[in-house]
Design a protein around this ligand. Structure first.
Ligand SMILES: Cc1cc2nc3c(=O)[nH]c(=O)nc-3n(C[C@H](O)[C@H](O)[C@H](O)COP(=O)(O)OP(=O)(O)OC[C@H]3O[C@@H](n4cnc5c(N)ncnc54)[C@H](O)[C@@H]3O)c2cc1C
Length: 594
């Protein structure tokens, strides 16, 4: 059998992607759908009926829900069978995360437990550590938490002051310090705690049990949203941690923390899809019920615009998350086959996809914020009432732009990761940029447009990539080592990259759908691709010019202006009609249906 070609993280900027390398939700098989149904049933029977009690933080409720989900196997979807799990693919895990994502505060507890609460031990633990903790975390007998952030160390996580000192007999580390904003902190039994050994400059990681003497907890934080999710400050006062509880090697903590976060960011992208679909259903149900001026508000063009745009951004997030998940499943299989440390090799795969992970995190969280914000607007005054679930969705959404690395940090690291791959020779970014500059010099107007709907959209996306490459080269040459200080420009470029990846993911899904179902059945998806690519081109145009005018002069500026004008020109689209058609189907179905 021919070996599957491995996609490299960030490669999308310089290469086309084959639809064979892209997973789309239409390909979910029966087993995956059954897992999804079990998640839906769990939310409908166990979580939604007690949503208010969860938000009131009723004693013991969240923990008992996690235990119940464990009994159903829902905590073990990603866990290998030898640790009582189901050993499912990353795609399946993301599908479950998508559905569980609509579970408001429960989703946060669940996601924290199954992700950052469990995976550091699964992937970096030794045999004894895995055997001791993972089966119990899988069944829900134990709950996990991840303690990185400190009062003085948030985005700058490596600056934490929590300290570990080896005891005189060499049997324990004595840990002192404080951690802040710890999800599941109120009831977690096991915590991955990051601390510096002696005067190390980098973090190490340790597994701490809740009942170790010297650990104390502040009361629950009072929060704007996800009120039912437990969030605590935790103090470590001369906590004696057996040396066997060190996780990974000395000084490996920051790497562990970051790799787990890369995974968490893609997972966050999946979570927001579930929340967004729920908010869209709430929006359309309300719009179909509410009458003003003698008609349902869903008949108004302004409301249709909002509904359609909610759908398009959610759909676009979905296309991107499952595309990245396939690339990750392939990379995991490749790296795991390469060596004997399955856990570390799995994480190695995530490390390669830091760029895509940041794209999911930023685009997904901002798409959800848009969806819930317009959801509130569609509900009018009722949207402002705490009686409606959309109010909860709105408040709960906001955290997604803050945790798992703020969106500002993710935007910055995204460009940094691309440039590092260029410098290391993993991605020939500068070589491709040079070609783009040469092409622009001889360009007369915009490049000719390819024939065929998909081909045309693909070309538009390929054109936008050239804008990104030109900018990367121009800013690197202008600022060299001082580029890190140009955050506004880096954020502009980052926004261009995000638009490119997401737009391409939308077109790739459409292309694959058409091969599976034919053009007739996928007409409305053409409308989505039409609107999305048209908007993406306009967004890239604006971001790229903002960047250009912030640093470029003379010939470079002229070439950039010429390139941006040429490569972001797309054919006009009747966006009003396209959005109306998308909204009309939603209105007819009275629920999210794409
Ligand atoms: C509800 C909740 C749950 C959480 N759960 C956990 C958990 O389970 N475990 C855990 O370890 N942590 C957790 N966190 C912490 C979370 O990851 C941090 O809040 C986040 O990383 C931001 O850190 P900070 O709050 O200190 O903000 P800061 O780092 O102080 O940032 C403040 C602002 O400055 C910006 N900023 C900071 N540095 C830069 C820079 N270099 N360039 C440009 N802008 C910058 C930020 O983007 C932000 O807008 C949680 C937080 C919350 C609110």
């Amino acid at each position: 059998m021919e070996e599957k070609k491995l996609i490299t993280g960030g490669e999308f900027l310089i290469k086309d992607t084959d639809i064979a390398d892209v997973f789309i939700p239409e390909e979910l098989d029966e087993e995956q759908r059954m897992i999804g149904e079990t998640c839906t049933d769990f939310l409908e029977t166990e979580v939604f009926p007690v949503a208010d009690r969860i938000d009131a933080q009723e004693e013991g409720l969240m923990r008992s829900l996690l235990e119940k989900s464990g009994e159903l196997g829902l905590l073990g979807i990603a866990i290998p069978e030898e640790y009582e799990g189901f050993g499912q693919s990353f795609i399946t895990t993301m599908y479950a995360s998508e559905i569980m994502g609509s579970g408001y505060s429960f989703a946060v507890a669940y996601s924290c437990h199954t992700g950052i609460g469990t995976l550091p031990i699964l992937y970096y633990g030794n045999e004894e550590q895995r055997a001791k903790y993972i089966p119990k975390l899988t069944t829900g007998e134990m709950v996990g938490a991840y303690c990185l952030t400190e009062p003085g160390a948030g985005s700058d996580a490596n600056s934490g002051k929590t300290k570990a000192v080896l005891s005189e007999d060499g049997k324990h580390y004595i840990i002192n310090g404080a951690k802040m904003w710890i999800t599941n902190g109120g009831f977690a039994d096991v915590m991955t705690v990051f601390a510096k050994i002696d005067n190390d400059r980098v973090l190490s990681a340790f597994i701490l049990d809740r009942d170790m003497p010297g650990i104390t907890f502040n009361p629950e934080e009072k929060k704007m949203g996800i009120k039912g999710s437990s969030t605590r400050q935790i103090f470590f006062n001369d906590v004696k941690v057996p040396v066997e509880n060190q996780l990974g090697k000395r000084g490996e903590g920051f790497r562990i923390a970051l790799n787990i976060l890369h995974m968490g960011r893609i997972k966050l992208g999946a979570n927001v899809i579930g929340s967004a679909k729920t908010a869209i259903t709430q929006s359309v149900v309300y719009a179909n019920e509410r009458k003003q001026f003698n008609c349902h508000i869903s008949e108004f063009g302004a409301i249709k615009h909002k509904l359609a745009e909610q759908v398009i951004r959610t759909f676009a997030t979905e296309c991107s998350v499952y595309r990245a998940s396939q690339a990750l499943d392939d990379a995991i299989a490749y790296y795991v086959a390469k060596g004997d440390d399955k856990g570390r090799n799995t994480m190695e795969a995530f490390n390669h996809f830091a760029i895509e992970a940041a794209v999911m995190k930023v685009y997904g969280s901002e798409a959800l914020d848009y969806v819930v914000d317009e959801g509130v607007q569609i509900h009018g005054g009722m949207g402002f009432s705490a009686e409606m679930m959309i109010d909860r969705g709105y408040r709960d959404s906001r955290i997604n732009r803050i945790f798992e690395g703020t969106n500002e940090i993710n935007r910055l690291l995204l460009v940094d990761a691309v440039l590092k791959k260029g410098t290391k020779g993993v991605l020939p970014v500068m070589e491709e940029a040079e070609k783009a500059f040469e092409e622009v010099k001889s360009l007369n107007g915009s490049p000719a447009v390819a024939e065929g709907f998909i081909e045309e959209k693909m070309q538009y996306v390929a054109n936008m990539k050239k804008v990104v490459l030109m900018l990367l080269k121009a800013v690197s040459e202008k600022f060299t080592r001082k580029l890190v200080q140009e955050q506004e420009i880096l954020s502009n470029i980052s926004d261009c990259i995000i638009q490119v990846y997401v737009a391409e993911s939308v077109v790739l899904r459409l292309k694959k759908m058409e091969t599976m179902k034919g053009e007739e059945e996928t007409k409305l998806y053409r409308d989505m691709a039409d609107v999305f690519v048209y908007d993406a081109a306009s967004n890239v145009h604006k971001f790229a010019l903002d960047a250009t005018y912030s640093f470029a002069y003379g010939e470079v500026r002229e070439l950039l202006e010429k390139g941006i004008a040429a490569y972001t020109t797309v054919a006009g689209v009747n966006v009003k009609e396209a959005r109306r058609k998308i909204a009309d189907r939603l209105i007819e179905e009275n629920k999210y249906c794409y």
